[in-house]
Write a protein that binds this ligand. Structure first.
Ligand code: NAD
Length: 278
């Protein structure tokens, strides 16, 4: 999709770090926006971040885990904008917990939001994307954990691996319709996502360390957004964001278990250090 002017983009998770940064970038390119999020305050902050603009921006309070809610959201977008050219799925959460301490509710939360949320929006909006006669793009966010399993993130890795498979398969299916499809594999991005895991971790010390590390070495969210928008313009099937994602991807190709080994080793070393100083 070479020109974004006057296209309508639906961003689910538009109140969050990556969703908001993508919204600001797209508005600057003349793209109209339908921003959805469970958090109404966050949506209002996104509108504020976009600032004075000539494009139409609508906000929609939505729990993306609800199939009925997503269907009503689609109707609302079409009523207010008349069409949908681009769908970007940005809503997602992660839990930093061992598999053994994941409850069924934890699994339901991760799968319903990260996987079913994306499935619901794809199901509802695909017919609308098809109505544009190929002037359309679908973008789903996986993660670097889509190609490498990391300890203490079983539910996240399971859902992000599923998003990778789903999106690559859709790329193949939608090629004939001229609809571009991109799967995004970010490494650590400086947003509040990791901070939120402090409430959902069985090792708060470890989660805090990860949060501090992301704050220090994570990729800037505006850079991530610019890369995602460029991928839509250039119709890229797959992008990785951040050096960590690129390195993990390459290492995993050369030595498939190397990254998981490395992280497990670092965790064991840290645990031993903590046990010694306790
Ligand atoms: N930040 C990172 O380091 C990173 C790395 C890899 C992948 N990702 C992925 O990128 C996407 C965006 O992450 P982010 O960093 O912007 O996170 P974020 O926490 O800043 O934003 C996520 C947004 O999703 C919204 N949301 C949560 N539950 C919802 C629901 N039920 N319905 C609708 N909206 C809901 C939140 O209110 C929030 O605004 C996620 O899919 C995440 O897994 C992030």
């Amino acid at each position: 999709m070479r020109d974004l002017q006057d296209r309508v983009t639906v961003i689910v998770g538009g109140g969050g770090g990556i969703g908001r940064a993508v919204a600001v970038n797209l508005a600057s390119k003349g793209c109209h926006l339908a921003l959805a999020d469970i958090n109404e305050t966050a949506l209002a902050e996104s509108v504020e971040a976009i600032g004075e603009t000539s494009v139409k921006v609508t906000t929609h309070q939505l729990d993306v885990t609800s199939a009925k809610g997503v269907a009503a959201f689609k109707d609302d977008v079409i009523l207010k904008h008349g069409k949908a050219n681009i769908l970007i799925n940005c809503a997602g959460i992660t839990l930093q917990k061992k598999f053994e301490t994941h409850s069924i509710e934890d699994w339901d939360w991760a799968i319903n939001l990260n996987l079913w949320g994306t499935l619901h929006t794809c199901r509802e909006f695909l017919p609308e994307l098809k109505k544009t006669n190929g002037d359309a793009h679908l973008m789903n966010i996986s993660s670097m954990t889509g190609f490498v399993g990391l300890p203490n993130q079983t539910s996240y890795c399971a859902t992000k691996g599923a998003i990778k498979g789903l999106t690559e398969a859709l790329w193949g299916e939608l090629k004939a319709d001229g609809i571009g499809v991109t799967v995004v594999h970010p490494g650590a991005i400086k947003t509040d996502m990791i901070k939120a895991t402090l409430e959902h971790s069985d090792d708060v010390e470890w989660a805090k360390r990860n949060y501090e590390m992301v704050k220090k070495i994570g990729t800037d969210v505006d850079y991530a957004a610019a890369k995602m928008v460029k991928a839509i313009i250039k119709n890229k099937a797959r992008i990785r964001i951040g050096k960590d994602a690129v390195i993990f991807d390459l290492l995993t190709r050369i030595m498939p278990t190397s990254v998981t080994r490395l992280i497990t080793w670092a965790e064991a070393r840290e645990n031993a250090k903590r046990a010694k100083s306790a």
